[in-house]
Design a protein around this ligand. Structure first.
Ligand code: ZN
Length: 175
């Protein structure tokens, strides 16, 4: 947080770029970064590349998000997001670019994402509940937005250590 690149609107990829060795190396780097940070999603601007690429995978028993349902790995180029249900749902979001902190964010509960996959083939996926929030959070990085911009009540911004104390004995961190 504070790096101006995180506030830029990222550039789309051409189909040729998606198939390039350069992008394969970038993707390897992103998966390594995501795994070593124990995160569930990462966008290219978070590692200093202002391009429209994000990866998402909610692993079984994610350490940072233990209550989350697992997902397959997604590689998302040039996404377009459409809200399918604007009823709001809230989660305590964290971000590898805002380390050590969580904030309560409400977002639409159901979205569709149209994107290109690793083979530059058009795909679309409908996401609900926690995964809808994960996709919206990651794709926000591609338009220069961080979760703190989406918070209605900045007083819910908290250090993770404090949140653990706050939620001790409770089953879920979801409000
Ligand atoms: Zn983030």
């Amino acid at each position: 947080m504070g790096n101006p690149l995180l506030r830029e609107v990222a550039e789309p990829f051409t189909k040729e770029e998606i198939s390039s060795d350069k992008v394969k190396i970038l993707l390897e780097d992103m998966w390594d970064s995501l795994e070593s940070a124990g995160g569930i999603g990462l966008a290219a601007p978070q590692i200093g590349v202002s391009k429209q690429l994000a990866i998402i995978e909610v692993a079984d028993a994610s350490e940072r998000y233990p209550e989350a349902e697992s997902s397959k790995p997604f590689v998302i180029f040039n996404p377009i997001i459409t809200v399918l249900d604007d009823d709001l749902q809230g989660f305590w979001e964290g971000c590898l670019s805002v380390p050590g902190m969580r904030g309560y964010v409400e977002r639409p509960r159901k979205v569709q994402v149209d994107y290109l996959d690793e083979e530059a083939m058009p795909q679309n996926v409908v996401l609900e509940d926690f995964l809808a929030t994960v996709f919206q959070h990651e794709l926000d990085h591609l338009i220069g937005k961080l979760f703190i911009d989406r918070m209605n009540d900045i007083s819910t911004l908290a250090f993770e250590d404090e949140m653990i104390l706050l939620n001790e004995g409770e089953d879920e961190i979801e409000k």
